[in-house]
Every structure is written in C-alpha cells, then in structure tokens.
Design a protein around this ligand. Structure first.
Ligand code: ATP
Ligand code: MG
Length: 189
C-alpha cells in the first residue's frame, strides 16, 4: 500500500485491513513515498518521520509491515520503481497487489510506464466518501475497486486540525497523536 502517510490515519488502516481480508493477502506492506511528485507544491514531512509513524501505527498487526524502498531510493517516487524494488525483494513467487485510493487510481494512466505497471501488479483502488470513481478506461482484469467502510478521514484534515489546535484523537492511532505531539509536527514554530 503506497501513500504519503503524512500522517497515517485510520482510513489507511481500515482500507489495508479490508483489502487484506477481501483478497486473502499474506501481508500488507505499507510503503511511505519519497517526495511524491503529485505533491511537489507543498512541503511533505521528512520521510524518516512518516516512516516511523507508519511503523508505530502498524506494529501491532501481524499481517502489516513497512518498507523503506521509496524513502531510501530518494528523489521523486514513481510507482514503477516501487513495484520493481518490491518484486526484487519478494521474488517471482510472490503475487503483488498495489493498493491505492480512488483518487490516485484515476491518475494511473498518466503514470510513467503504465503498461509495465500492470505486468508487475494487480491494482486495487479503494473508494472513500467524496471520491466517486469515474470510468477512465482502465485495463480489464487488472484493477479491482473495493469499497471501504466509510471513514471520511484525510491526512490533510489531520494536519489542519493539528495546526489549528484541534484534536485528532480517534482519527489516527493513539501512538500517532503522541508522536506528532512529541515531534511538534504540523504546527508553525
Ligand atoms: P492527503 O490528504 O495529504 O492527500 P491522504 O489522506 O489522501 O493524504 P495519502 O497518504 O495520500 O493520504 O493516501 C494514500 C492512499 O490512501 C491514497 O490513494 C488515498 O486515496 C487512500 N486513502 C486515504 N484516506 C482514505 C480513506 N479514509 N479511505 C480510503 N482510502 C483512503
Ligand atoms: Mg490524498
């Protein structure tokens, strides 16, 4: 599951859990992005902080793990590189599913090496409230849409709430509230 995870929230975790269950996946690997090219217009929190928050949020689930491939590669993250790295690590015996949100899926055809992407992985698009999917001509049999129990949570809203001094308890795991607090993330200093 790729994402910026700035910060990771219960929407991400519910989506991962739901897709794991639906497809009977052995493992969901969360892959925090490097500097995401779709978000060049805003300052993204340091990869190391986003990586640690993702570890904290997923640690208790035996089927969840976190990969550093995008953060360690550095530079802009392209999904084709992520999948090539995961393929290298997990080998040809492993069937890869790339889990992403409906919004990201809509941009899928604009991604670099779109044809190769579909050879490397099956794509799972998660829908969430306010992100209705439009038919963008995705290849047959390579993409599955999964409706996630409605959790209208976004990282943007979590960041805005922290900046405004509003609580994010229960939108993100407790450890994430505490980590954000400890590291003074999302507040102007
Ligand atoms: P931002 O508000 O900064 O864009 P985000 O909440 O969308 O952050 P990302 O890290 O960009 O979080 O999310 C990774 C993927 O998870 C995205 O493709 C997104 O659509 C999906 N996602 C995020 N929140 C939810 C949610 N509440 N339910 C289902 N999918 C979600
Ligand atoms: Mg988003």
């Amino acid at each position: 599951m790729g994402g910026t995870f700035d910060p990771i929230h219960h929407g991400h975790l519910v989506a991962a859990s739901e897709v794991q269950h639906r497809f009977g996946l052995d493992e969901v690997v969360f892959v925090p992005t490097g500097q995401p090219w779709q978000k060049e217009d805003r300052q993204v929190t340091a990869g190391e902080e986003r990586y640690l928050m993702t570890v904290i949020a997923t640690a208790s689930n035996p089927r969840f793990s976190v990969s550093r491939v995008d953060i360690d590669r550095g530079g802009l993250t392209y999904t084709v590189d992520t999948l090539r790295d995961l393929w290298r690590i997990h080998g040809p015996d492993c069937e890869l599913y790339f889990i992403t949100g409906a919004d990201a899926l809509e941009q899928i055809l604009s991604w670099r090496n779109a044809e190769e992407l579909f050879e490397l992985a099956h794509f799972v698009g998660c829908t969430r409230p306010g992100h209705a999917l439009t038919d963008v001509g995705l290849p047959e049999g390579k993409v599955t849409l999964v409706e996630i129990p409605a959790l209208a949570i976004s990282s943007s809203e979590c960041r805005q709430r922290v900046a405004a001094g509003e609580p994010i308890w229960y939108l993100v795991p407790d450890g994430i509230v505490q980590y954000i607090n400890k590291r003074h993330l999302y507040v102007e200093d």
